[in-house]
Design a protein around this ligand. Structure first.
Ligand code: CR1
Length: 840
């Protein structure tokens, strides 16, 4: 018979069910309750760290209640869902964001205050969840926030790395040292272990085709590893909707081999279990490069297979025919890292569900969507065929079959469209010829997806006209489009810049719960540019934010920062294409110029403080030299009595989401100066502008669309444009011109470095050599116009009134760059999903 639900007495259940803790009295009770029971502590032995834990657990209770209601609603309504697969989620801290999204921060603050603690101190106790490298991982985090805020049924799937991105230490000589990031050493209150949600994932073994007239095969043997779910609650802003980020942890299927252990072979016994634990042990700290590392491929398959198994189990609970998958599931690939979803879904449909190949392919290509995040050749994933064959024999067969199918399809279409074009076929194949052969993951992701997009207009154009050009010609342009990136205004304005948020609400006379979810409302600030009192308040907020940063730097590094200077910031991963080199060479140029001035002339100069922060991939030699140069230039110029009040320089170690939250609101100007055509979008450019900082940048990525929105007159553009880049590189290769001739200003900077002004010049020689010969990133081509752009910044800053107006106008016109807009575009034009609200 039908089971009665609830069990027992319904009224007893109803009366006992607790609601959220929203008023200060119940919040205080709940916090103290966690101190007593969850932490087993008491008032007399509670330190700040314990107080943080207790407050976090109390906030978590509120999240869980909302999370439960949301998930129940999804189960009841069975809407189509979207799954965002990302190998990186750069979440940062959670407590502040959760309290703000719940609308309970003031109450928690009051309650924590009464208990004798300070909310700001508590927030500082939390460790960042740094499960990502840079923009790609942070974008995933912003998209989760927007999905929940707009009540969309979207889950994230990722890996629960035991170690996130390494901690960066900088030696006094400027060497980057890497230390592990054991972020789980402290209890993590933000995850729920779901030991009952687990899947067995196979590696290696044999794949045998049945050859029975079906495309089926049997995959057996090898190693089996367990994937265990950990759930992270993602609260929407001012809504009950609370979505899920499911992170997988790897475990051995059986503890360890007891027989070997008993026979005295301890190492053998734990060996296999160690290799299972290893899969989710560490985030690869590389940004925009690929290495053919077996463990990385293992991570990719482990995660895509577990995520797909989870989706299909949930789908099967609906009792629909398997061919309905595209009506209930949309899978978004965040770059090519999860591309194995395509052959894995084919494997399930063909081998386990016994579908025809064509039917399976139709389901797959109506379910999967692919976002490309880079056109840099070194970042386009390729896997050696022998490695793939060894680790995933069945998937390798399927990839060859897709290629055949696709190729025969290509053959016909290509032959018809482009007779005798053999080169085209070789270019398009999923397999790149060579020793060894390689699987081109971007090609697989492209042909296995319903739609493909880039992340800014220029980038999407480049995707269509360069790396996927042949596919556009074959499949038609309509499959390839653009979704310009965005950022969540919750974390990147309300949370990181509370004073500005309050000033905006006060000025607009609109509660933040409204404008934070309808960011175009910021345009309402435009008329106030003419209001002197408002401009003063606006400038005062920036000033306070500078002081907040200065206090932080004083407390953590013991350094004194001149808060009455222009703040000039470049914070992002260290990479040659991002051209931190251009910036530091510019700083040296400024230093030389200042030194040559008379004391009278110097009096007219506006003081400037330059900040850098960012990590270099541990194996990235040139990037590490760049850090060294920055640190050693800082060591010299910050103590030079002639110039130190006019120019100072800081490399802030261990860049993180939390550091970005303090730095971004301080900036007057920030630098986004990649070689044209190399930065797909950039997202920190948006964060600076939203906080009233202006940009100096190249005509690249989202800089272009930001300028279109905020007005070109508010952006300092310089440098060559994308179409010129290839020709210039060609010139450098085949008709090199000596630096002294090409760019005398830069030659003087090089001379200064070579003179030993910043320590042993030999150290920097490999870096300088990349510029002197080849100059792939066109430093010498853009240097003069870069210096000019900085001079224009100086000049503009002299008219402070006009500068503040520019700042206000910039913030006011950033509405387009809310990640709410992006997620709506994905929901409407890609996933075809709709909001599924929970109700009160
Ligand atoms: C791009 O370099 C973009 C982010 C998010 C990065 C950056 O310009 O803002 O993605 N690409 O779309 C990347 O990490 C692997 O590629």
């Amino acid at each position: 018979g039908k089971e009665k639900w609830p069990r027992g007495d319904e009224k007893t259940w109803k009366d006992a069910i607790r609601g959220p803790d929203t008023d200060t009295t119940s919040i205080t009770k709940s916090v103290v309750n966690h101190v007593q029971t969850s932490l087993a502590r008491q008032a007399y032995n509670l330190d700040t760290s314990g107080a943080y834990q207790a407050a976090a657990l109390s906030v978590r209770d509120n999240l869980i209640l909302n999370w439960n209601d949301t998930q129940l609603q999804y189960t009841r309504k069975a809407p189509k869902r979207a799954y965002y697969l990302s190998l990186e989620f750069l979440m940062g801290r959670t407590l502040d964001n959760a309290m703000l999204n719940l609308g309970l921060k003031d109450n928690y603050k009051e309650s924590v205050d009464k208990l004798g603690f300070n909310m700001e101190d508590l927030l500082e106790q939390e460790r960042d969840a740094a499960l990502g490298n840079g923009g790609l991982g942070r974008l995933a985090a912003c998209y989760l926030d927007s999905s929940a805020s707009q009540e969309l049924p979207v889950w994230g799937y990722g890996l629960r790395y035991r170690y996130g991105i390494f901690q960066q230490l900088i030696s006094p000589e400027g060497q980057q040292l890497e230390a592990p990031d054991p972020w789980l050493e402290m209890q993590n209150p933000w995850e729920l272990p779901r030991l009952d949600v687990n899947y067995e994932i196979r590696f290696y073994g044999q794949a045998e085709r049945l050859n029975d007239g079906t495309p089926r095969a049997h995959w057996t043997g090898g190693q089996e590893v367990l994937a265990v779910a950990y759930d992270v609650m993602i609260p929407g802003c001012y809504t009950k909707s609370t979505n899920n980020l499911r992170l997988w942890e790897s475990k051995p299927k059986r503890g360890f081999d007891l027989n070997s252990f008993n026979a005295g072979n301890y190492e053998g016994a734990v060996g296999e279990s160690n290799s299972a634990f290893a899969i989710t042990s560490v985030l690869y700290p590389n940004d925009q490069t690929t290495f053919g590392k077996e463990l990385r491929l293992k991570q990719q398959y482990f995660w895509t297979a577990a995520s797909l198994a989870d989706m299909i189990r949930r789908f099967k609970n609906l009792g629909k025919p398997i061919t309905d998958i595209p009506d209930y599931i949309a899978i978004q690939l965040n770059d090519t890292h999860p591309t194995l979803v395509i052959p894995e879904l084919m494997r399930i449909l063909v081998d386990e569900e016994d579908l025809d190949w064509d039917v399976a392919w139709k389901i797959t290509t109506n379910t999967v969507f692919y976002t490309n995040h880079t056109v840099l050749p070194e970042a386009l994933e390729k896997w050696p065929v022998p490695l793939m064959e060894h680790l995933l024999p069945r998937h390798m067969q399927i990839i060859f079959d897709i290629n055949m199918y696709a190729l025969s399809h290509f053959l016909q279409t290509v032959e018809r469209k482009f007779p005798n074009d053999r080169d085209r076929l070789a270019r398009m194949s999923l397999i790149e010829e060579g020793y060894p052969q390689q699987v081109r993951m971007a090609h697989l992701a492209c042909i296995g997806s319903k739609k493909v997009n880039g992340v800014a207009e220029l980038h999407s154009d480049l995707v269509r006209t360069t790396i996927l050009k042949d596919f556009v010609e074959l499949e038609g342009i309509s499959k390839f489009s653009n979704v310009t990136n965005g950022i969540t205004p919750r974390r990147w304005l309300d949370q990181c810049n509370p004073e500005l948020s309050a000033l905006i609400s006060k000025t607009l006379k609109v509660d933040k719960s409204v404008w934070l979810k309808d960011l175009d409302r910021l345009e309402g600030l435009l008329p106030f540019t003419e209001d002197a009192a408002f401009r003063e308040e606006w400038a005062a907020v920036k000033q306070h934010n500078k002081e907040r940063l200065a206090a932080h730097v004083k407390a953590t590094l013991g350094l004194d920062i001149n808060t009455h200077a222009m703040f000039d910031v470049q914070i992002k991963r260290l990479h040659e294409y991002k051209r931190q080199t251009l910036n530091i060479l510019g700083v040296i140029h400024r230093y030389i110029t200042l030194k040559a001035m008379s004391p009278e002339e110097r009096k007219k100069v506006n003081p400037r403080v330059v900040f850098f922060a960012g990590k270099a991939a541990p194996g990235y030699y040139i990037a590490k030299i760049t850090i060294r140069l920055i640190v050693n230039v800082a060591n010299i110029i910050n103590v030079d009595p002639d110039t130190k009040d006019l120019l100072s320089l800081y490399f802030l170690p261990d860049y993180s989401v939390s550091l970005a939250e303090i730095l971004i609101p301080t900036s007057d100007i920030s630098q986004h100066i990649s070689t044209a055509g190399t930065e797909a979008s950039g997202t920190s450019n948006m964060k600076f502008c939203l906080n009233g900082g202006l940009l100096v940048g190249t005509v690249d990525g989202a800089n272009i669309e930001i300028a279109e929105s905020v007005g070109e007159e508010n952006v300092f553009f310089f440098g060559h444009l994308t179409p010129a880049v290839e020709d210039l590189r060609h010139e450098h290769r085949y008709h090199p011109v000596p630096l002294e001739q090409k760019c005398p200003a830069l030659a003087r900077v090089f001379e200064k470095i070579s003179s030993g002004a910043f320590g042993d010049a030999g150290v920097y020689e490999p870096l300088l050599a990349t510029i002197r010969t080849g100059d792939y990133y066109l430093i010498t081509e853009d240097f003069d116009s870069y210096i000019q752009a900085l001079a224009m910044v100086d000049e503009a800053y002299l008219d402070r009134t006009e500068w503040v107006k520019k700042s206000i106008r910039t913030t006011a016109r950033m509405g387009k760059f809310s990640s709410d807009r992006c997620i709506m575009e994905y929901a409407d034009s890609y996933w075809n999903i709709e909001p599924c609200p929970v109700g009160k």
